[in-house]
Write a protein that binds this ligand. Sequence first.
Ligand code: ZN
Length: 526
Amino acid sequence: MKKSLTQFFALVFAMSLLTNCIREKPYDLIIRNGKIYDGTGAEAFEADIAINGDQIIKIGDLQNSKAAKQIDAQNLAVAPGFIDLHAHIEPLLTLPGCESLIRQGVTTALGGPDGSGPWPLGDYLDTLETVGIGMNVAFLVGHNTVRKHVMSLDQRAPTADELAQMKQQIEQGMKEGAFGISTGLKYLPGAFSEVDEVIALSKVASAYGGFYTSHLREEGLGLIDAVREAILIGREADIPIVLTHHKVIGKPMWGKSVKTLALVDSARNLGLDVMMDQYPYDASYTSLSIILPAWARAGGEEAFRERTRNPKLRDSIRSGTVFNILNDRGGADLRRVQFAKVDWMPALEGKTLHDWAISKNMEPTVENGADLVIEAQLNGGARCIFHVMDENDVERIMQHPQTMIASDGRLVAPGMGHPHPRWYGTFPRVLGHYVREKKIITLPAAIHKMTGMPAKRLGLADRGTIAEGMKADMVVFDPEKVIDKATFENPHQYPEGIDYVLVNGVLAVDKGKFKDHRSGNVLKKN
Ligand SMILES: [Zn+2]
């Protein structure tokens, strides 16, 4: 009897030790005293957040709890990690740390925009998992990618067999993990496709729960029809759509965002699921070839060269280019076209088409500009910044409740060419310039546009908001200091005011310093 009583008390003692031990076991990380913007658009609240592993475990008053590591977020904002819905992350294998996006607070990026994307997707995703990457990535399957596989750069409709092959490839991409289909209808070979083809392929993506995101067929004179086309595709293919990097290009169209946003509203009123994303700049960045007429480049670069040797065709190419300089991405002024990446003449990087004309002793006329564009294309092309948007359109689009923030930036490191500043500054610029300085949108709204909204579009149930049980993708920043530093003149500048970034619970930015921990995951839809 006595022995068993001793045993009983020994057991009780052991159990109390155990429960004490469980209660006192410190969390991996506690973020204390921050103002939490939870990503839903709600106002901030003050609380502590405890994290174990890659998960948010507890939110509340945790002053009596211990943690292996603590962050004092007094006077700082705590938000879900930003989700970049339009990212050119093709250099992932050379820049797997993803510093240029992570230092903006981005913890998840969606690749494969504008109709392009890695192929075959499944193999590529396997490689990324093996290499290890700094942030979470997801991908779209590209219309241009599959059209090129099946039809090269042919300017014609697909045969029934070719369409079947493209559908099969979209299906393969969706099965291998794509979140939807992207189109780049301004680019080759997407520009050669009719709407029926895009609808047929989008139906396949829709069947797998994907969404449709489009670099529209036109963003200048043809913008209104292009928005209508995207909405038609959404309706006919029964697929949620995103008008990506929504903007208004070229002086004749400035102010027309009133119309495009009205089209979005009326489509939504009819029950269509239409959203937009936007980068916060009044200049775009793309290939210089965008101001050449598309037909001139059908069949590829050799075919283009051949056409320029035919005086009659060359004249048509020149007049088509003059038209685009006047009405579209040329902005009617050669100073609005700035070279960014020129492999055959790096000295041009940072200079404008106007500068190049002057250096060649040419009058900086629109006609001479067109000749120079053709010359540049024959030399191997160039990437350019086009200063052709109106700030009023940028702000109006940003204020629309269905507009998300996305960078359209390429992964980059200091010294690589002369990039668009959005590659380094998109998210801090919205928070510092448009929220704090210009008061265009509120801080909770801005964070919602960077987190909860894109997470919902992607269908990510465990990211994009701060709540117990969610993945610990987070950013801690100073709302009074956060700002972009990259400019068009001096783009290789990291932003300021982003103090901590957590990717799956791991500090990828710690006290403002980047840490190359590669804690990102490859996300797959199916
Ligand atoms: Zn684009």
